[in-house]
Ligand binder design. Structure first.
Ligand code: WQD
Length: 336
C-alpha cells in the first residue's frame, strides 16, 4: 500500500517510513523540511534500499494536497506533520493552532475528496489533564491539554471524532505518544532538531558530543523520588512499529481508536542522564537550574489497551534508547 506520511522527513516520520518499507509498504513523504535535514530521503534509501517519493511543501497547501492524492494511489495517511515544542506553543500559540489544527483540517478535507478515509494521527500524552491519576489511562480520563500544544492535539482529536461520527467511512487511530527518544540502530536517522534542542535527549547528546558545554536540569524540587520530573520514554522504533500495528488494526475496524504508546515505566531526568552515562561511557556535565514553565512533575502511560487492541508492546530498554541516540549523535556531530 502507498502510505502518505506527512512530516515523513522528520524525526518520528522518518522512522515510520523506514518501518513501512520493512513491512512492504511504500511511503510517500509530504514535508516542508522546516525541521528536517535535506538528506533524509537519501538516508532512507541507504537504510531501506527504497528511495521514497517526496513532496516538499506545507500540509495546509490545498493545491499541493490535491496534486499528491491525484498523483499517487494513496491507501492511508499517517499524519505526523506539526509543531511540537511545548514551550514555544506557550509563547506563540497562533503558530501552533495554525499548523496543527488548520493542517489537520486541510488534510482531512483532501482525504475525503479523494476517497481516502484511513488516518493514523500523531496525538500526544499532553492531551490528558494533569489532574488524572498516573498512569494515564484511555477511556474515561479527563482530557484538557496541558499546554497550547497539547490543546491543538486535543482539538485535532475532537475534529477526527466528529468526522467519524458524521461519516462511517472514517477509520482513525489517535496515537497518544509519550516521550519518544532514541534512533534507528543503523545510526542513519534520528533526532536532529534545528537550533537549540527543546527536548532532553537531543540536549544530552549534544552535551556528550561537546556541541554544548553542559545540560541544565530544570528543577530538582518536584515531588518525585529524586526531585526531578518523571516521564515515560519510548524508543522511536517501538513507537514507529505502533503505527504499522495501527494501520493493520484500521484495515479491520472502522471508527476511532484512541490509544497510548508508551512503556509504562517512569524515568526521572537524573535517571535518564545516569543511564546515558553508564550505557555510553560518555560524560554529561550538568547543573541544576530552575524549573521550566509548564512542566508537570510525573506522568506515564497505561499500556494495557495498546497490548490488547494492537498487540503493541515496547521492546527496547532505556539503555538501548541511550545507545541508539548516541550512535546517531556521534555520526551527526563527530563525537569525542
Ligand atoms: C523531559 C524532561 C524537562 C530539557 C515532550 C514533547 C512533547 C510531548 C510530550 C508528545 C522535563 C527536562 C528537558 C533540558 C531538562 N510529546 N529537561 N533539561 O516536556 O515531557 O515534552 O513530551 O507529544 O512534544 O516535547 O519532554 O524532553 O522537553 O523534557 O531538565 O534541557 O526533561 O524539564 O522534565 P516533555 P522534554
Amino acid at each position: 500500500m502507498n502510505v502518505l506520511v506527512t512530516g515523513g522527513a522528520g524525526y518520528i516520520g522518518s522512522h515510520i517510513c523506514a518501518q513501512l518499507c520493512a513491512c512492504g509498504h511504500t511511503p510517500v513523504i509530504l514535508d516542508d523540511f522546516s525541521n528536517a535535514k535535506p538528506d533524509i530521503p537519501a538516508r532512507l534509501q541507504q537504510l531501506t534500499g527504497q528511495r521514497p517519493v517526496v513532496y516538499r511543501g506545507d500540509v495546509r497547501d490545498a493545491a499541493l494536497l490535491d496534486h499528491v492524492f491525484a498523483a499517487a494511489e494513496i491507501g492511508a495517511v499517517i499524519h505526523t506533520a506539526g509543531k511540537k515544542a511545548v514551550g514555544e506553543s506557550v509563547t506563540d500559540p497562533q503558530l501552533y493552532y495554525e499548523n496543527n489544527v488548520h493542517g489537520l483540517l486541510a488534510l482531512t478535507k483532501a482525504m475525503a475528496v479523494h476517497g481516502v478515509f484511513t488516518l493514523v494521527f500523531s496525538s500526544s500524552a499532553t492531551v490528558y489533564s494533569e489532574t488524572n491519576p498516573v498512569p494515564y489511562r484511555e477511556g474515561n480520563a479527563v482530557l484538557a491539554g496541558t499546554s497550547p500544544y497539547g490543546r491543538t492535539k486535543l482539538i485535532a482529536e475532537w475534529i477526527l471524532k466528529d468526522l467519524a461520527a458524521a461519516d462511517a467511512r472514517w477509520r482513525v487511530a489517535l496515537l497518544r505518544y509519550f516521550n519518544p527518544i532514541g534512533a534507528d540502530p543503523s545510526g542513519l536517522i534520528g533526532d536532529d532538531p534545528a537550533g537549540v534542542p527543546n527536548n532532553l535527549m537531543p540536549y544530552i547528546c549534544q552535551v556528550a558530543a561537546g556541541v554544548r558545554p553542559e545540560l541544565t536540569v530544570f528543577g530538582n524540587d518536584y515531588p518525585t523520588a529524586d526531585g526531578t520530573c518523571e516521564r515515560d520514554y519510548i524508543h522511536v522504533s517501538d513507537l514507529a512499529a505502533g503505527h504499522i500495528q495501527a494501520l493493520e488494526y484500521l484495515a479491520a475496524h472502522a471508527g476511532v481508536l484512541e490509544v497510548n504508546l508508551g512503556t509504562g515505566q517512569p524515568v526521572s531526568v537524573l535517571g535518564l542522564i545516569e543511564t546515558f552515562i553508564k550505557a555510553t561511557g560518555q560524560p554529561v556535565p550538568y547543573r541544576i537550574g530552575p524549573r521550566r514553565a509548564g512542566d508537570i512533575p510525573a506522568y506515564y502511560a497505561a499500556v494495557e489497551k495498546a497490548k490488547t487492541v494492537l498487540g503493541f508492546e515496547a521492546a527496547c530498554s532505556v539503555e538501548q534508547m541511550c545507545c541508539d541516540a548516541w550512535r546517531f549523535a556521534k555520526n551527526s556531530y563527530g563525537g569525542i
